[in-house]
Design a binder for this molecule. Structure first.
Ligand code: CUA
Length: 313
């Protein structure tokens, strides 16, 4: 392997094969062009006795060949890499969500069980992981070379990144987007542990679960006052809202994914639900990104009113 990096995720080998195939193809084209330059340079050098008669203005056969062969090659690479990209962006349904908040200049990680860490990320071997990431300030980029994954982390929206670690060990995590004077020190480690050891790690670092933190906020911030069934204010019931299709006042439909829930809390005028007045105040500036993630984890529980706590799906 040219890069000399371990292949520590389930898709790393596939990405390397694509990379090396493109490198090999580029090398063949590069060598071919160089050889032709040198060959013609020598053959038709000034004063050489090469045959210069019979110049052709056009040769359709040659033109079609040098157009179609590269076209087919590049379309094949396009199809190959699109398939790989689609697979990378489609995590299995059982992928474990982990929440990442980036800021100048650190990575803050929250697990569903409330475990928090800074500049480290503990994950088990062999289990698909889905990171849900946002930034508190500028654009960062979450980059783990050993997994061959990289994803920009943006303020005011969620981006996701999925991978399945395949080898226990510690791997470097970098910020791959220039984000200020200390960008170069914004790095950390991903600690991949055998499942039993990881379970013990989770247990020993468990705190109040994310969804239950969200439940507290839901009451403390006054959400329950309007959104509880039977409240005097006419507000949508949020029972089981996560993942549902919701009709908007403007006739469109939106799926209540993480991004929708976040926008509804921070930018409530953006998407007004059909049949309701835009009376909800914005919580922008009153909740930090971790609070919003906790609220979303709470809304993803089976019963936002008073159900038992469950790891979010
Ligand atoms: Cu964060 Cu560079």
């Amino acid at each position: 392997m040219i890069t000399g990096l371990p292949q520590a995720s389930s898709d790393a080998a596939r990405i390397d094969i694509l990379f090396h195939a493109m490198l090999a193809l580029s090398a063949v084209v590069c060598v071919g062009v160089l050889v032709a330059i040198v060959w013609f340079g020598i053959k038709y050098r000034r004063g050489s006795k090469a045959d210069r008669s019979g110049r052709e203005r056009r040769n359709l056969g040659i033109e079609a060949t040098w157009t179609l062969i590269p076209l087919l090659l590049f379309m094949a690479i396009f199809a190959w890499s699109s398939k790989l990209w689609a697979d990378l962006r489609t995590p299995p349904a059982n992928a474990q969500p982990i929440y990442v908040v980036a800021r100048q200049w650190m990575w803050k990680v929250q697990h569903v069980g409330g475990q928090r860490e800074i500049n480290t990320l503990h994950v088990p071997v062999g289990h698909p992981i889905r990171l849900v990431m946002t930034s508190q300030d500028v654009i960062h980029s979450f980059y783990v070379p050993a997994f061959r994954v990289k994803q920009d982390v943006l303020p005011d929206r969620y981006t996701t990144l999925s991978f399945t670690p395949t080898r226990a060990g510690e791997y470097e995590l970098f910020c791959a987007e220039y984000c200020g004077t200390q960008h170069s020190v914004m790095r950390g480690r991903v600690v991949v542990q055998p499942p039993a050891i990881h379970a013990r790690w989770l247990q020993s670092h468990a705190r109040q679960g994310l969804a239950s933190q969200g439940a507290q906020l839901y009451r403390a911030m006054g959400c329950s006052g309007c959104h509880q069934p039977g409240a005097s204010v006419h507000a949508p019931d949020l029972h089981g809202i996560a993942g549902r299709s919701i009709a908007m006042a403007d006739g469109s439909t939106r799926v209540a994914d993480d991004g929708y829930l976040r926008d509804s809390i921070l930018l409530p005028r953006k998407d007004v639900v059909a049949g309701y007045q835009p009376i909800m105040p914005s919580y922008q500036g009153r909740l930090d990104p971790e609070d919003v993630l906790a609220l979303i984890a709470y809304l993803k529980r089976s019963d936002p009113a008073d159900g038992p706590e469950q790891p979010s799906p």
